[in-house]
Design a protein around this ligand. Structure first.
Ligand code: SAM
Length: 263
């Protein structure tokens, strides 16, 4: 996965992403169309005196949410265009956040100067790097002893092709209305999800749930939550496409969430 082409892709996509996604800042979101922190309650208590670092922050809604609670927030992203939207949003919401352009690969190679943090978090960014395990290790290293690392990423089942059609179950009966399902080429070796479109070229990978669990454990994190939430109509992160998901998200998860504590 080439970091420069990811950066160019997100720089080009940023204005469209800002227009089509609707992400609230009165809740901490864990991913598209799934319940937010208000319902899931996965984060430790945070407020004035605590600190958080966000990786691949995009427009920074989660950092804005935390900063409004008095948390000292830093956030990085590879895309200057995404960060420009994030800075605008923070200004509109009246909070100060230290936004910096940095790739996750560079973060993994060099710990941030202001570490350690009470919370190191990332939503739907680690799937864009070649070695998510190295990033999880660096996240753990940037967390305080007893601090929290939270990652959400694309669920491996969501990388399959959703197909409608006529099916037969093992007994040879047609599946009737339930005639839709998933074709997944390989769960264990996820194929690259390649986006070659008007914005350029970007690649992501939908890793097995056990890989995330293993990376957390290898980084010295005690996994305190592993969730695969179904869709909800009242999600803090939505878009027209996510909201009209045609029933798919009622049957398979789109996001896997892992939370761990540094021991
Ligand atoms: C799907 S968006 C998610 C943004 C935000 N976390 C959210 O949930 O709205 C993915 C973000 O990851 C960033 N990104 C992709 N590859 C990256 C990399 N190698 N290093 C840092 N950020 C990266 C993109 O610029 C983009 O802002």
């Amino acid at each position: 996965m080439d970091t420069d082409s990811q950066r160019r892709y997100w720089d080009a996509l940023a204005p469209v992403y800002a227009r089509i996604t609707r992400i609230r800042t009165d809740d901490f979101h864990w991913g598209p169309q799934i319940p937010g922190e208000r319902e899931l309650r996965l984060l430790p208590p945070l407020g004035p005196g605590s600190s958080a670092l966000e990786l691949g922050c995009g427009e920074g809604q989660n950092s804005v949410f935390l900063a409004k609670k008095g948390v000292r927030c830093e956030a990085i992203d590879v895309s200057e265009a995404q960060l420009a939207h994030a800075r605008d949003l923070a200004a509109r919401e009246g909070v100060r956040i230290d936004f910096r352009r940095q790739s996750l690969e560079d973060f993994a190679a060099a710990p941030p100067p202001d570490a350690p943090f009470d919370l190191v978090h990332s939503s739907h960014a680690l799937e864009f790097v070649e070695d998510p395990g190295a990033v999880v290790r660096a996240m753990a290293a940037a967390a305080k002893q007893g601090g929290t690392v939270a990652v959400s990423a694309v669920h491996p089942l969501f990388n399959g092709d959703w197909i409608e059609g006529e099916w037969e179950d093992e007994s040879g009966r047609g599946a009737g209305d339930a005639g839709a399902g998933l074709f997944l080429r390989s769960y264990f070796s996820p194929p690259d999800d390649v986006r070659d479109d008007a914005f350029g070229h970007a690649v992501s990978r939908a890793w097995p749930v056990s890989s995330w669990f293993g990376w957390f454990r290898a980084a010295g994190l005690e996994v305190t939550a592993l969730l695969e939430p179904p869709a909800t109509p009242d999600a803090p992160y939505t878009s027209d496409d996510w909201a009209n998901h045609g029933g798919q998200l009622d049957r398979i998860p789109s996001t896997v969430i892992l939370v761990g504590v540094r021991r």
